[in-house]
Design a protein. Structure first.
Length: 449
C-alpha cells in the first residue's frame, strides 16, 4: 500500500499532467471490453452503421455484430454506447513529439531531462485528444516511444523517423556562425548531439545517417529536400540535397524494406525527390500544377497540412521565419485544390512546433479540412487513409496489425464520441467533452460513462 502511495506521489510530482490519464488506465489490461449499442464509423465508409455491438479481446477487435455478443461476464467490462458513435483513433501523420512544447531556445540549450519530461507530458495530452497514433517526422523520440510502448507513460503509438537528415545550411541546420566551418570527425553540433537533426553533405554521409536512424528503430527516413520556415539559414526557394544524395537515402531505406519522405515546398525540390525514388512528400505548399500532375501520375503520397496563421506566432514579429511562414500558409488553398483535382493520395498531419497552446487545437486543425473535403472524407483521411501510408514501413512497422479502421481483427484503437462526428465534425474540436472513451491497444485510458 505504501509503495502504491509513494508511486502516485512521485508520478504527481514528476509528471503532473500525466496523472489523470495514467489513473484512467484499467487495472486489468487483459479484461475484455464489450461496447454495446454503438453506431460505427469504420474509417472507410462515409456513413455510420446501424446499432452494433463490438467485443475487444486483448488488443484486438474480436467481433462486431448487430446481435448481442455472448461473453464471459466475469472477465468482460461492458460499456453502454447509448447509440453514440464508435470510431477509430485519430492519426496525425506529421508530428514532432519532442518539439511541440519547447521554444527553439529551450530545444537548443535546455536540459535533456527537462525536454524529455515535457515530451512525456505532451504525449499524454496527445492521446487524450483522441490521437492514438502519430508519425514522428523528426526528433529524438525513440526513448519516448519505448516508454509509451512499455506502459511507463501514456501516449500514442509512435512511428519514428529519428533525426531529420539535412545538409549544411538546410532546413534543420540551427548552428551558429561560430560553429563553422564544419569538418568531418569534429564534435557534432548541439542539434546532432541530441538526435534532433543530422547534417550530411555527400551521398556517403547521407547513407550513414539514414542507416543510423534505421539502427535505432526508424520506421521511415525523413530528409529536408528544400528550404523551410523554422530554420534560420534556409530560404524557402533553396533546393538542398542533390538527386544522388536523395537516392542514397532511398537505397538505404529500401534495403531495410521501408521508404523515404521529404520536406519539400517547391516544384524543383519535389520533382528532384520523386526522381530519386522518394515515396512521400511533406507539405508541398508552393507546388505548381505540373508538379501536382507528376505526384498523381507516379502514385506519390502527399502529406500536407492546413496550417493556421497563428502558427507563425511561434516566431518573432518581423523575423524572416515569420515572413516565410506566411508565404507558405498562403499556398494552402492551392495545394489542397490541386490534390483534389488530380486525386493525389493525401494524408493529414499538423506539424505543430514550439506551441503547447496550438497543440491543444489538434482536432480543430483536422476539422479545418472541411473547406475542401466533406466531414466523412476528412475523418476517413485521418483514420483509414493515414493508416495506408503507415503500411509503407513494411516489416519496420512496430505495431503489426490494422489500425485506422474498425473491423474484426484490427487493433483496438477506439473513440466513443458523444454524437455523430460526420453530421457535426466540430465534435472533435473538444475532445475533453466529446470523447467519452479513449482506448488504445485494447486498454481504456479514459472512460467518463
Amino acid at each position: 500500500m505504501k509503495r502504491t502511495a509513494i508511486a502516485s506521489l512521485l508520478l504527481s510530482v514528476t509528471f503532473p499532467s500525466l496523472l489523470p490519464a495514467a489513473l484512467a488506465r484499467p487495472a486489468e489490461p487483459a479484461t475484455n471490453i464489450l461496447f454495446e449499442n454503438v453506431r460505427i464509423f469504420d474509417g472507410k465508409n462515409d456513413a455510420l452503421s446501424a446499432s452494433m455491438n463490438v467485443l475487444v479481446r486483448g488488443n484486438r477487435i474480436e467481433k462486431i455484430s448487430r446481435d448481442s455478443i455472448a461473453a464471459d461476464r466475469a472477465n468482460t467490462r461492458t460499456i453502454p454506447g447509448g447509440g453514440r458513435t464508435l470510431m477509430p483513433g485519430l492519426i496525425d501523420m506529421h508530428w514532432h513529439a519532442m518539439l511541440v512544447r519547447p521554444t527553439v531556445a529551450t530545444l537548443l540549450a535546455g536540459d535533456l531531462g527537462y525536454l524529455n519530461l515535457m515530451a512525456g507530458a505532451e504525449a499524454a495530452d496527445t492521446l487524450m485528444r483522441g490521437f492514438t497514433t502519430v508519425r514522428d517526422l523528426g526528433g529524438p523520440s525513440f526513448g519516448l516511444k519505448r516508454a509509451i510502448d512499455e506502459g511507463i507513460v501514456p501516449g500514442p503509438r509512435i512511428y519514428p523517423s529519428g533525426a531529420i537528415i539535412t545538409v549544411t545550411s538546410g532546413h534543420g541546420d540551427f548552428r551558429q556562425p561560430f560553429e563553422l566551418p564544419r569538418a568531418l570527425g569534429n564534435t557534432q553540433s548541439r542539434g546532432e548531439q541530441t538526435g534532433a537533426a543530422m547534417i550530411a553533405d555527400s551521398p556517403d554521409e547521407v547513407r550513414v545517417r539514414a542507416r543510423e536512424q534505421l539502427l535505432q528503430g526508424a520506421t521511415q527516413i525523413k530528409l529536408t529536400a528544400g528550404g523551410g520556415v523554422a530554420s534560420p539559414h534556409s530560404p524557402l526557394d533553396a533546393s538542398t540535397f542533390t538527386e544522388a544524395e536523395l537516392r542514397a537515402a532511398v537505397e538505404a531505406a529500401e534495403n531495410w524494406g521501408t521508404y523515404v519522405t521529404v520536406h519539400a515546398y517547391t516544384p524543383v525540390s519535389i520533382q528532384r525527390a520523386i526522381a530519386a525514388g522518394v515515396k512521400c512528400i511533406e507539405h508541398g505548399h508552393l507546388m505548381d500544377e505540373p508538379t501536382a500532375r507528376l505526384i498523381a501520375e507516379k502514385g506519390i503520397w502527399l502529406s500536407t497540412q492546413a496550417f493556421p496563421d497563428e502558427l507563425a506566432e511561434a516566431f518573432p514579429v518581423g523575423s524572416l521565419e515569420r515572413y516565410k511562414a506566411l508565404e507558405v500558409f498562403a499556398g494552402t488553398d492551392r495545394t489542397f485544390t490541386l490534390a483534389k483535382k488530380y486525386k493525389i493520395k493525401t494524408a493529414f498531419g499538423t506539424d505543430i512546433l514550439f506551441s503547447a497552446r496550438l497543440a491543444q487545437r489538434q482536432g480543430e486543425l483536422l476539422s479545418k479540412l472541411v473547406r475542401w473535403y466533406t466531414p466523412a472524407e476528412t475523418l476517413i483521411m485521418a483514420t483509414g487513409t493515414n493508416a495506408q501510408l503507415l503500411e509503407l514501413s513494411g516489416k519496420r512497422n512496430p505495431y503489426p496489425g490494422r489500425i485506422g479502421v474498425i473491423e474484426e481483427g484490427a487493433l483496438a484503437d477506439l473513440l466513443l464520441v458523444n454524437g455523430d462526428p460526420i453530421a457535426n465534425i466540430k465534435l472533435i474540436e473538444d475532445p475533453a467533452k466529446n470523447f467519452l472513451v479513449i482506448m488504445k491497444d485494447g486498454k481504456v485510458f479514459k472512460n467518463t460513462l
